[in-house]
Design a protein around this ligand. Structure first.
Ligand SMILES: Nc1ncnc2c1ncn2[C@@H]1O[C@H](COP(=O)(O)OP(=O)(O)OP(=O)(O)O)[C@@H](O)[C@H]1O
Ligand SMILES: [Mg+2]
Length: 326
């Protein structure tokens, strides 16, 4: 278990981490999101002892990271796999040699290395690429090699820093599926650092939003998506969605859990009954989360019906978000 308590971190006079409190349970995929420069990578570096923090405590499995000696740190890092955006593969080595690298550093016997490389290459689906050099691989394949390499020393933790940022959405989804399978089958705890909300939404049950070095929100990903706190609206870029509208109409987004097919239709039907007039259904989108699905609809109503609408939805615990300019 990872326990981060009241952590403050400075670069000179600049405070980059402010009173960080996060607890990550074993075997979970935890998302750390925030825009560029808020301190995500710095926090990861503090976790693995690459950066020092000046105040507070970071305990991994009950051990304070700051108190480890150089040798203990090296051993500790052996149990942590890292995956980055730029894959960090060695260009002049083959895929096989790249995956074998950490094991060679730890003087694992050659035969064992061979077995493990083949096993991991199979797991991540690149067994036919072992003799290629990284330059002959696609972005998604390179990331699979990096994941295989991160798994070689049987890590308990995998830290992904923007590991899908260089990939297209389809390849991103396939890499996220692979990470989720690794978590499920091997019980590895995964921390996903990203500025892409879609990535967190797909595999992280819980997440924290970092703003200017501070945790501004922490909790269940799907709940946050439904409640849309201001920090999340900013990340999703939705504050720019507010649009000019004719004076009498109001457009709104409504997001709700969609456990059963009929749920959304029932709510919309009831809304129609309450308003006693037509409203326009403009758009509908669904979003998948690890534990379920959310449905987001955009409707257009008469502006004077806004309060009735808000009230009707709040009975279901659903938020009415106007996207019309006042
Ligand atoms: N070695 C360093 N020395 C001084 N300042 C640093 C150092 N590393 C990071 N910073 C500063 O700390 C802040 C946080 O940087 P960090 O790299 O953790 O952000 P990030 O959230 O990972 O951003 P990105 O999404 O762009 O990767 C930034 O203001 C950055 O300029
Ligand atoms: Mg970073």
């Amino acid at each position: 278990m990872i326990k981060i308590k009241n952590v403050n971190k400075y670069f000179g006079d600049l405070q980059v981490l402010k009173d960080i409190n996060i607890q990550i349970e074993d075997g979970e995929v935890f998302g750390l999101v925030g825009s560029s420069g808020v301190g995500k990578s710095t926090l990861l570096n503090c976790l693995i002892g690459l950066e020092k923090y000046q105040e507070g405590s970071i305990c991994i499995d009950g051990v304070e990271v700051e108190k480890l000696s150089e040798k203990e740190l090296r051993n500790f890092r052996r149990g942590v796999g890292m995956i980055f955006q730029n894959f960090s593969l060695v260009g002049r080595k083959t895929v096989y040699q790249n995956i074998a690298l950490p094991m060679e550093c730890w003087h694992v016997p050659k035969e064992e290395i061979r077995e493990r490389v083949i096993e991991l290459a199979r797991l991540v689906g690149i067994e036919d690429k072992l003799s290629e050099r990284p330059s002959a691989l696609s972005g998604g394949q390179k990331q699979r090699v990096a994941i295989a390499r991160a798994l070689t020393m049987n890590p308990r933790y995998i830290l992904c820093d923007e590991c899908t940022s260089a990939l297209d959405p389809k390849t991103t989804t396939s890499i996220l599926r692979l990470l989720e399978r690794i978590r499920r089958e091997m019980g590895i705890t995964i921390i996903v650092v990203t500025h892409e909300m879609a990535v967190v939404q797909q595999i992280c049950r819980r997440m924290a939003i970092l703003e200017k070095g501070r945790v501004s929100m922490i909790g269940d990903t799907q709940d946050m998506f439904l409640q849309r706190p201001p920090a999340l609206i900013k990340l999703l870029g939705e504050e720019n969605d507010i649009e000019e509208q004719e004076e009498t109409a109001d457009r709104a987004r409504i997001t709700f859990n969609a456990p059963a097919e009929g749920n959304g239709q029932k709510i919309l039907w009831e809304l129609g009954q309450k308003l006693q007039r037509q409203y326009l259904l403009e758009d509908m989108q669904s979003f998948d989360f690890p534990d379920g699905r959310c449905l987001e609809i955009t409707i257009s109503i008469d502006r004077e019906d806004r309060e009735t609408c808000r009230q009707c939805l709040s009975e279901y615990g659903i938020k009415y978000r106007s996207i019309s300019e006042e």
